[in-house]
Design a protein around this ligand. Structure first.
Ligand SMILES: Cc1cc2nc3c(=O)[nH]c(=O)nc-3n(C[C@H](O)[C@H](O)[C@H](O)COP(=O)(O)OP(=O)(O)OC[C@H]3O[C@@H](n4cnc5c(N)ncnc54)[C@H](O)[C@@H]3O)c2cc1C
Length: 428
């Protein structure tokens, strides 16, 4: 296919944000290549919750219907959490209410999401088993990706979509030694349990309606049904955080290990009837040592290299908002790069606009996510109910209600005012 632009793009990382970027950019006729380190055979089989802002971004990028078709619900449903005491008798503390005009959201099995997006891509666009080791700016101003297999790829623009342990972020930060990553002494134990199994085991809390957050002291459990998997299942994530320890530097990789039911029970031994039954059935949970970008990045760009998703703002997952911020990044970037007047010579100006809008927004959500986790983990007894009932309302409003189209209008206006884009009858 003939390319519509005089620039080429290399995307480092074929995860959620990298693949969605590739679909939207290649559909617009831009020359794109994705380099993915894995062969996808080790893709973690966890669920991912997508909030209304994530859904709007995916709709705007033209991929949502294909993703939805891989989910077994005809329409995306709301993800309004019930906050329930982890202790007997599991009082409901707060049912989240939103003023968001379109609160449609989706929880989907991550491999199903990736399969759906991959089906929209010409296979020649993506190269697997290509681990990027560094980004280098050549003397002639080209960006080069260097790979572990000794090969090099040159492009006019590099999108770093290589997740929280991003190699591209090192280039953007200008430091090989500091990757701006911390371990806040927080682990997530994850697994899936068939819905029927939990129902038959006598769990009283309704698990197939609203997502549930069982709140406790220093730990909480997120429980929600997920789609895109053959057996109807409940996604379980138990977060345990040691707030007494100082935040640590990045832990040695891998951060995911196999855990046991016993380890989990030892850490959550004081929980009541329903979470205890769930833990009893969470066989061979995986344990994820959760990291976050900290301090947050003031800039997501350097030269013609731009970060999206966790590479830019890997955050604690307590608002289920991490990938939604990534899709917002991708939405704005795609609007800029596919504009009829986007050309190789004005790429730096386009990235500058991206960088004015995205860091304040995504870093704000990163901060709010950390605060939400502390809130959920502050519930020691019934006496804390009133405090949580005051602090929980509204925690998702800024995340979900965000107006992406307003951002697009603002950056285009700025580009016209600064004469990077020329006003013509067709561009107004
Ligand atoms: C326990 C837990 C629960 C979560 N729950 C939610 C949730 O409910 N909702 C939500 O929005 N978010 C959630 N998140 C966060 C969400 O998973 C991330 O925000 C999301 O995966 C980020 O997408 P990404 O494309 O930026 O990175 P990733 O999905 O991590 O993709 C990065 C890709 O880059 C590849 N890669 C890495 N390094 C290289 C390299 N050097 N060269 C080439 N390729 C490379 C990787 O193999 C991977 O395929 C959760 C996270 C955790 C840990």
């Amino acid at each position: 296919m003939a390319t519509s632009k005089d620039f080429s793009i290399a995307i480092c990382g074929g995860g959620l944000c990298g693949l969605v970027s590739a679909v939207a950019l290649s559909r617009a006729g831009i020359s794109v290549t994705v380099f993915e380190a894995s062969s996808f055979s080790q893709e973690a089989g966890a669920g991912v919750g997508l909030g209304p802002n994530a859904v709007r971004a995916l709709k705007g990028l033209g991929v949502f219907d294909t993703i939805l078709a891989r989910s077994d619900r005809p329409e995306p449903a709301s993800r309004l959490f019930s906050f329930v005491s982890a202790y007997d008798p599991h009082d409901c503390i707060y049912n989240y209410e939103t003023s968001c005009s379109d609160p449609a959201a989706l929880a989907i099995y991550r491999p199903a999401f990736l399969d759906a997006v991959l089906s929209l891509l010409d296979p020649s666009v993506i190269q697997f088993n290509k681990r990027c080791t560094s980004v280098v700016l050549s003397e002639d101003g080209k960006q080069r990706l260097h790979f572990a297999d000794g090969t090099i790829h040159e492009a006019d623009l590099i999108i770093g979509a290589d997740g929280i342990r991003s190699v591209v972020r090192r280039y953007v930060l200008g430091s090989e030694s500091n990757n701006s990553l911390v371990f806040p002494n927080s682990s997530a134990y994850r697994g899936l349990i068939p819905t029927k199994v939990l129902q038959q085991a006598g769990v009283q809390t309704v698990l197939t309606g609203r997502p549930v957050c069982f709140v406790g002291s220093g730990k909480h459990m997120i429980v929600f049904p997920i789609k895109g998997i053959t057996v109807a299942s409940i996604n379980i994530v138990v977060f345990v955080t040691d707030y007494d320890k100082p935040v640590q530097p990045e832990l040695p990789y891998p951060w995911v290990e196999n855990s046991t039911e016993q380890e989990l029970k030892d850490r959550c031994g004081d929980w009541g009837h329903d979470p205890s039954i769930i833990l009893d059935h969470l066989k061979n949970p995986s344990k994820w040592n959760i990291h976050a970008v900290n301090p947050s990045l003031q800039s997501y760009i350097r030269n013609n290299v731009v970060l999206v998703g966790d590479a830019a703002h890997g955050m604690l997952p307590h608002l289920g908002a991490g990938v939604g911020q990534g899709f917002e990044d991708v939405f704005l970037l795609v609007q800029l790069l596919t504009h009829p007047q986007a050309k190789k010579h004005n790429l730096p100006e386009l990235l500058k606009q991206y960088n004015i809008v995205r860091p304040p927004r995504a870093n704000g959500v990163l901060q709010a996510s950390a605060e939400a986790g502390r809130m959920y983990d502050s519930f020691s007894s019934q006496e804390d109910t009133g405090k949580l009932q005051k602090s929980l309302p509204g925690i998702w409003e800024d995340v979900w209600g965000y107006d992406l189209n307003k951002d697009v209008a603002t950056v285009f206006e700025s580009l016209y005012i600064s004469k990077v884009f020329q006003v013509s009858n067709t561009s107004l």
